[in-house]
Design a binder for this molecule. Structure first.
Ligand code: GUN
Length: 288
């Protein structure tokens, strides 16, 4: 069993971004700038945004965290997004999800200028991704693709089973794995809450991407010997320790390769957000 070390791969990617950011700063006279909007006080979102801001500093970006109380209106948020869209000193904009129930995430996502949409959630970026055109790719699926590439995992002709069809991970992941590209060219099954006999589907997989948000959901009896396991889960166990969607201890005995939690997909996600922001800064400033 090979351990797919996201900490190691992401550190290399961030080193390259740091060099790029220094070069951008020398040429543009300012650092690449990411703005993150955070609504309310959700503990998980606070942790994620704090980590994004910390990583900006690490690679030499400027970062701004704009915070709103949970009762901010959709109109107020959209007005702020439009102000940022028009601000040439800001290269990337993310609105941390989930949002409170009274705010429509689709309206917010579509309000962001697709050129600053470093989350890759805007329909223009998603459509361009599906067509294999230059675009911002959502950070978690993008990080998984680079990890497969880094470890030279053969994907062409393989059967990939994605568990979970979220807009952020499962759905874009299924598109990327099926694209005519390398990595890619998989035969993809996208499974979800209405899938019949999930175990049989998952057992057929050469590559499993678990993005369901339930701890220990993928067990050893669901895994074909030698399968590649990508665990996107970020759950807490009874002791409060971070754990994935995969029963790591037992599945690692069957798998060909597996990402740990923590230290697998998580660090890759952050690195790819930095990579997208670096690209956004260069494109918008005529340096790419
Ligand atoms: N919530 C969970 N993951 C993400 C992400 O990648 N981007 C944003 N904006 N919100 C999230």
């Amino acid at each position: 069993m090979n351990l797919l070390d996201g900490k190691l791969v992401s550190a290399k990617i961030k080193e390259d971004i740091k060099k790029d950011a220094a070069d951008f700063t020398a040429q543009a006279g300012r650092k690449p700038h990411l703005v993150a909007i955070l609504v309310g006080n959700d503990g998980g979102s606070e942790t994620y945004v704090a980590s994004k801001m910390r990583n900006c500093e690490l690679v030499g970006f400027e970062s701004t965290n704009i915070r709103y109380d949970v009762d901010v209106t959709e109109e107020q948020l959209i007005a702020k997004i439009q102000e940022i869209n028009a601000d040439a000193s800001i290269d990337g904009l993310i609105v941390q999800l989930p949002l409170p129930k009274h705010i429509d995430p689709d309206k917010i996502t579509e309000a962001i200028d697709y050129r600053k949409d470093v989350d890759g959630f805007h329909p223009i970026n998603l459509g361009r991704m599906q067509r294999n055109l230059p675009c911002f790719i959502p950070a978690t699926p993008y990080g998984i693709m680079l990890m497969l590439d880094h470890y030279k995992i053969e994907t062409a002709g393989k059967h990939a089973v994605v568990v979970g069809r979220s807009n952020i991970v499962g759905s874009p992941m299924s598109i990327l794995l099926a694209r005519n590209a390398n990595p890619g060219n998989c035969t993809v099954t996208l499974t979800h809450s209405r899938t019949k006999d999930l175990k049989t589907e998952v057992l057929r997989a050469d590559i499993i991407v678990a993005a369901i948000g339930k701890k220990n959901f993928v067990t050893a009896d669901m895994v074909k010997p030698g399968a590649i396991i990508i665990d996107v889960g970020m759950n807490r166990n009874a002791e409060g320790k971070l754990c994935g969607d995969v029963d790591f201890e037992n599945v690692k005995e069957v798998a060909g390769a597996i990402t740990p939690v923590p230290g697998g997909v998580g660090p890759m996600t952050i690195a790819m957000l930095m990579k997208n922001c670096n690209t956004a800064a260069r494109i918008q400033n005529g340096l790419l």
